[in-house]
Design a protein around this ligand. Structure first.
Ligand code: PD2
Ligand code: ZN
Length: 297
């Protein structure tokens, strides 16, 4: 079918459907545009028709004006500097100050590093023992209110060590600061989570959603989160991997290993969606360090 031109060049429902059909059939935007121009559409009107129609279609909205507004409101934030390890010359080992950390896997986008030897078995055990008496059902920061709340997507128990709480926490914080070249003061307190069989953490983003009303007050304590370091403190017998659904990756929860990932904007285009898969057998303990843009106070 050819695109039909009306004298006022109105974007009719039939034209919208035709544009959607072309896109769905895999025609390139430039070819669809060419067909419309061949049928007598002015280029700028044709481009606008395509943009508003496809935006409306993709966001599930029937009204193109509303869709255009939604897209304008959801402008992609600017990228900010993020922590990263120095992997020049494809280093196999990284200097964490008092320890050599092993580079096991590297992904560019999303930036994901899987690292070995972040903590010794004794250090893992010491963190678990220090956390045990202080565990409570895990809360998440609510971007609706800026406070903390129980979250059904997160069925683990957890606690936070204030920065520098004990010797092992201090050591891990110093290693993370050195490895990723990021001020220690920009780190939130270390969180320890405990998952029993069946417990999981459904896929989510660690950055705070800019559209939520509570985010403004959360950001006053050091800006956005820009990276996460998860350190596995114990190995479940089965399950409990960390998943990255956008890139079909699952990181095995091996004791002493860590997974680092960064996100340079608070936006899904970072592909930093990740979750804790359900533990099937055994128990999983992890420590999470979130790194902020500025000093976390
Ligand atoms: O326990 C995990 O694997 C996990 C997965 C996703 C932890 C977190 N997110 C987190 O602490 O943010
Ligand atoms: Zn997370």
């Amino acid at each position: 079918m050819k695109a039909q031109q009306s004298t006022a060049q109105a974007i009719t429902p039939q034209l919208r459907q035709w544009i959607i059909d072309q896109a769905t059939a895999g025609y390139r935007p430039e070819d669809v545009l060419k067909s419309m121009q061949d049928a007598g559409w002015q280029e700028d009107v044709a481009i606008q028709a395509m943009e508003t129609t496809l935006q409306a279609h993709l966001s599930g909205q029937a009204n193109p004006a509303q869709a255009a507004l939604t897209v304008a409101q959801e402008a992609v934030p600017l990228a900010v500097p993020v922590p990263d390890a120095n992997l020049n010359d494809s280093a196999l080992y990284l200097d964490a100050g008092d320890r050599q950390v092993h580079v096991l896997s590297v992904m560019k986008h999303p930036r994901i590093l899987v690292l070995g030897n972040m903590l010794s078995d004794d250090e893992c055990e010491a963190l678990i023992e220090a956390a045990k008496p202080r565990l409570a059902r895990s809360l998440t920061v609510s971007t609706k209110t800026g406070g903390e709340e129980v979250n059904a997507d997160r069925t683990s128990n957890g606690m936070f060590f204030p920065r520098g709480d004990n010797e092992v926490v201090k050591r891990l914080e110093a290693r993370i600061a050195k490895l990723f070249d990021w001020p220690l003061e920009n780190g939130e307190g270390l969180q320890v989570l405990h998952y029993r069989p069946g417990a999981e953490y459904k896929p989510h983003y660690d950055y705070f959603d800019p559209k939520e009303p509570g985010t403004r007050s959360i950001l006053q304590r050091g800006g956005q989160r820009v990276a996460t370091v998860l350190v596995y403190l114990s190995e479940p017998e089965k399950g409990g991997g960390t998943t990255f659904p956008d890139v079909n990756l699952e990181v095995a929860p091996k004791r002493g290993n860590a997974v680092f990932f960064s996100y340079d904007k608070a936006h899904p285009s970072t592909k930093s969606l990740h979750g804790g898969a359900p533990v099937i057998a055994g128990e999983k303990w992890i420590a999470t360090k979130w790194l902020r843009e500025r000093e976390f106070v």
